[in-house]
Every structure is written in C-alpha cells, then in structure tokens.
Write a protein that binds this ligand. Structure first.
Ligand code: NAD
Length: 360
C-alpha cells in the first residue's frame, strides 16, 4: 500500500523460532528483513541463503548499529534476554519482539520491564497460540456471555514449566478479560528438568486468585493430565473457562468444545496450533502497533510481564510455602532457590505418555 512506512527488522537467533519470525517478517510487505544474526557462522550462512538476506553478522550489536532497525527481534533460549534487550534499546528500535518466557527469574523480568519502560520501547512476547482460530472461538464464546458468569479459568499442559506455563497463564488471563492476580499458591515435584535449557521442576500446579474473584487452576508437566484427543505430545494442552451456565475450552492440538446457554448439548469445532497460520497475523499486529500507539499488540510485553509474575509467584510459593501476594519485587532467583527445596524423590507421572520425558 502506498504511503505506509516500511519497518526495518533485524532478527537474532536462527533456530526454530528465529526462522519462523524471519520468514513472517520477510513475507509481510510492511517489513523489510534488513539483517539476521546468529552465533554459528555456518547456520547464519544457511539461513541467509534461504531467506535471501544480504546483511548478516555473528555480532548483533555491530549489525544493529549499522542497520538501526525499527524492530529488533530475538529468538534465543531463555537464559539470553537482558543483554539482547539492551542491544535493542541501544540501537534505537521502536519495538523489541522476543520469545517467551520473558526471563529465568523475576529479578531479570523486573529489569527488562523497567529498562523498556524507561526507554519508551514497545515490546511483544510471543504467546502467539492465541491467533489460532480455535483459541479465538473459545474467547468469543466466553466474551459473549453464553457460558454465564465465569467463575473459573483453567489450563494444563504435559510439557514442562518454562516451556508452557506462561502460555497457559497468558490465555487464562485472556479468557478472564485480562484480569490481574492478587495472590497465588503452588506446589512442585521432580528435579529431572532442572538441568534443561528451560530449567523447571518436572511438575508444578497451583491456584490463582484473580482480582475479579475468578479462580485460576493451572498445572504443567509430569503430573498434568493427558489430553487423549490430541496425539502430538507438546500440544496436549487444555485451556478454558467454566461459567454458571456452561464451559468453553480449547485443546492446543485438537479444536475447541463448549456447552452454552443457547445451544443443546456439546458444541465443538476444529483447529490446531500451526505456526504458519499464527505468525502472519502476529507480525501484522506489530506493524499496526508501530503505526498507531492505540492499537496495542495482544501479546504486548506489559501483559506478558503479568503472566510471568504469576508464574514466578507460583515458584516462590513452592519455596516459601503458602500464599504469595502480588505484585512481586526483587528476591532470590526462583530457580536457584527451588534447587534447595525440591525433594530428591522422582516425580510421579499422570500417564504413560509422560514417562518418556520424565521417567517416574
Ligand atoms: N512461542 C512458541 O510457540 C515457542 C515455541 C518453541 C520455542 N519457543 C521459545 O523460543 C525460544 C527459542 O527457542 P528455539 O526452539 O527457537 O531454540 P533453538 O535452539 O532452535 O534456537 C536458538 C537460537 O538462539 C541462538 N543462541 C543461543 N544462545 C544465544 C545467545 N546467548 N546469544 C545469541 N544467540 C543465541 C542459537 O545459536 C540458536 O540459533 C525459547 O525461549 C523457547 O522457549 C517458543
């Protein structure tokens, strides 16, 4: 379209998600994929050839000081966050897009939030499942009032905490009108995944008290129930809401279903998480937010921060026991503290389908 600004983008990290982002920016006429960076020169050369990008470097700082991108995007493991946020701020980007989870600790998440607020930089964190048509159908049903007054939102996933917990909480908050949490209480078991690059207890579950009085129930990992309707293990996630007159829920890899006031019996529909369908509208909403400050991205960083805070409060509850009041301040890094309190006992799995990942 004529007259619309084209935003220059640099993407750092050329793994699975970096490539998803790079392709989506490349395919959207509102963006110019101006440069890419990753640490491994061979991987960088392969990605550059595939994407048709001329400007590459293993050094993101140098690349960004040359290109001065409008959007700085990085898709790296969760240990690599704060330095890259600082790179994005220093190069003058108007928006930083990065992957969940926001950080490995509340301390780092607070630093990130404060730094981007101080710099006036917009941020987007990739909880992009919500672009799935089945996720959106559930949102529509809940928002229409067809399940009555929502009293409970819930989410569970068999994948482990730092992979999936913030996804679950993000969609639970969305289904609950974006409500903030007042307190949480959680418990955890199993040390097997503490050594992973998404370090996590094998199993975490707990309750959330939302400010609107709605109860959140969430669990993630080895003890979370199977979703037998879904074959693909990472998509065995179920997120939904119960109301006074029905329920509506999404299965990440298996459509949606509901019971509502107006319709007889269970209503259901299809849909499956699919990066190829989710990424185009996700990046389009980045262009719209850059065009117009009032069109805030659904995956904005302030909202992701709220979900991350709930997730870390759950770990603090395991460490400190009892209820944890929000908002959280600085504290002992949660995963370090957890290493001191999690019992050595192997985790108990909910189903044979979890034994390959968790033993038990
Ligand atoms: N939103 C989603 O649906 C979704 C799905 C999968 C993964 N993720 C998240 O995406 C992130 C990346 O996951 P992935 O599957 O793409 O991983 P990956 O291992 O495929 O790629 C990671 C990339 O980051 C690079 N990297 C690692 N450390 C770095 C550092 N310190 N500085 C610069 N580059 C560095 C690696 O070289 C690699 O290119 C993780 O946070 C993960 O949780 C999100």
């Amino acid at each position: 379209m004529t007259g619309q600004k084209i935003y220059k983008v640099v993407v750092v990290g050329m793994g699975k998600r970096g490539m998803h982002h790079a392709v989506a920016f490349k395919n959207n006429p509102r963006f110019e994929l101006a440069g890419i960076s990753t640490r491994d020169p061979a991987r960088l050369a392969k990605a550059a050839a595939g994407l048709g990008v001329a400007r590459t470097s293993t050094d993101p700082v140098g690349l960004c000081s040359e290109i001065k991108p409008d959007v700085f995007c990085f898709c790296t493991p969760p240990g690599a966050r704060l330095e890259l946020i600082k790179t994005g701020i220093q190069c003058g980007a108007a928006l930083i897009a990065y992957e969940k989870p926001m950080a490995l600790s509340m301390n780092v998440a607070l630093e990130i939030r404060d730094a981007v607020r101080a710099a006036g930089v917009k941020t987007v964190v990739s909880h992009q499942h919500r672009y799935g048509s089945h996720y959106q159908r559930v949102k529509e049903i809940i928002a229409s009032g067809e399940i009555g007054r929502v009293h409970t939102v819930y989410g569970h996933a068999v994948g482990w905490f730092l992979h999936l917990f913030t996804h679950l909480v993000d969609y639970m908050r969305w289904y609950n009108g974006g409500a903030e949490a007042e307190w949480v209480m959680g418990q955890a078991a199993g040390r097997g995944k503490l050594a992973d690059n998404h370090p996590s207890p094998d199993y975490v579950g707990g309750f959330i008290q939302f400010a609107d009085g709605v109860r959140g129930i969430v669990e993630c990992g080895a003890g979370a129930p199977d979703v037998p309707e879904v074959d693909y293990w990472w998509r065995k996630n179920r997120i939904g809401a119960q109301g006074t007159e029905g329920f509506a829920e999404v299965l990440t890899g298996g459509g949606w279903r509901a019971v509502t006031r107006g319709q007889k019996g269970v209503i259901a529909g299809e849909g499956c998480m699919n990066y190829d369908l989710e990424m185009p509208p996700y990046v389009q909403d980045i262009a719209q937010w850059l065009d117009d400050d009032t069109r805030i991205h659904p995956c904005n960083g302030e909202s992701a921060y709220k979900g991350f805070e709930i997730s870390m409060a759950m770990l603090r509850s395991v460490i400190q026991r009892g209820q944890v009041k929000l908002p959280l301040g600085q504290g002992e890094p949660e995963l370090d503290a957890l290493r001191n309190v999690l019992p050595e006992r192997p985790v108990l799995v909910s189903s044979e389908i979890n034994r390959k990942e968790y033993g038990g």
